[in-house]
Design a protein around this ligand. Structure first.
Ligand code: NAP
Ligand code: GCO
Length: 259
């Protein structure tokens, strides 16, 4: 028996047309799961579907915005009808706005909270009844270094990802008795379009992050595959309410002294 196998499982990964969600979905497909994903418009879904096909994966893609409760309820009903009851949910869809807090509008702050915190609530709420009926389920919330740390310009994102860590613990507390495990996956600094502005040639943040990471490099989306499979598989059946940080050691390290 392979405790990491996902054969026969249906996994919904939100916002998984590219980036971290795409890599996690690819890992799940390799472990045997059926992949379902959503994104906010048809163009992105088509882009995602083409990428999965090129990687030899038959994925099911749908248009739905994680902040829209009606769209998400309709999405989950459609998936249950067309694919089956969801066994694994990865709340991956997320955005960041890097704006000094004293210059940030309440509208921008609310938008980040809406996608990064209210979204995971809305999608988890929609899949929980199916999981409760099955008395089995895995919910994985994509957290962040900002679930633990602050820095300039990311107030809304840190508030959302800190909240997501506590939502994770609360789902674990409330639904553990249904054999549902809810854990967080906390990526360190990963090279995706979301962090592209920080990795531009000559940007001081690039060398700062390399110095701050014991592994001395940016992470790749593929670095998250194994930990995400662990949290979705029977291997983690008694792991609940935990945040697994996959950060090359950032949270353990005081940082390199300047030369
Ligand atoms: P990304 O490259 O920007 O991908 C995020 C995906 O979510 C995109 O496909 C995006 O679509 C989608 N999305 C945004 N708003 C949505 C909505 N309302 N409904 C449905 N889908 C939506 O980001 P990433 O770097 O892969 O990040 C994935 C997750 O990991 C996020 O939650 C992020 O906060 C988290 N994370 C990232 C890092 C990192 O270093 N990259 C580190 C820690 C945590 P659009 O293209 O339309 O925006
Ligand atoms: C930033 C980064 C972070 C990362 C990630 C860290 O501006 O500091 O974008 O927020 O995306 O979430 O784990």
């Amino acid at each position: 028996m392979n405790p990491f196998e996902l054969k026969g499982k249906i996994a919904l990964i939100t916002g998984a047309s590219y980036g971290i969600g795409y890599a996690i979905a690819t890992g799940y497909a390799k472990a045997g799961a059926t992949i379902v994903f959503n994104d906010i418009n048809q163009e992105l879904v088509d882009k995602g579907l083409a990428a999965y096909t090129a990687d030899g994966i038959k994925a099911h893609g749908y248009v739905a915005d994680v902040t829209n409760e009606d769209q998400i309820n309709a999405l989950v009903a459609k998936i249950e009808k067309e694919v089956g009851v969801i066994d694994i949910l990865v709340n991956n869809a997320g955005i960041i706005k890097r704006i000094p807090m004293h210059e940030m509008s309440a509208k921008d702050f609310r938008q980040v909270i809406d996608i990064d915190l209210n979204g995971p609530f809305i999608v988890a709420k929609a899949v929980l009844p199916g999981m409760m009926k099955k008395r089995a389920g895995k919910i994985i919330n994509i957290c962040s270094m900002m679930s633990e740390l602050g820095r300039e310009t990311v107030s809304a994102y840190a508030a959302a990802k800190g909240g997501l860590k506590m939502l994770t613990r609360n789902i674990a507390s409330e639904y553990g008795e249904f054999n549902i495990q809810c854990n967080g996956l906390g990526p360190g600094y990963i090279a995706t379009p979301q962090t592209a502005p920080l990795r531009e040639e000559g940007h001081p943040f690039n060398s700062f992050i390399i110095a701050k990471t014991p592994a001395a490099r940016w992470g790749t989306p593929e670095d998250l595959m194994g930990p995400a499979i662990f949290l979705a598989s029977n291997a983690s059946d008694f792991v609940n309410g935990h945040v697994l940080y996959v950060d090359g050691g950032i949270l353990a390290y005081i940082g390199k002294q300047p030369k």
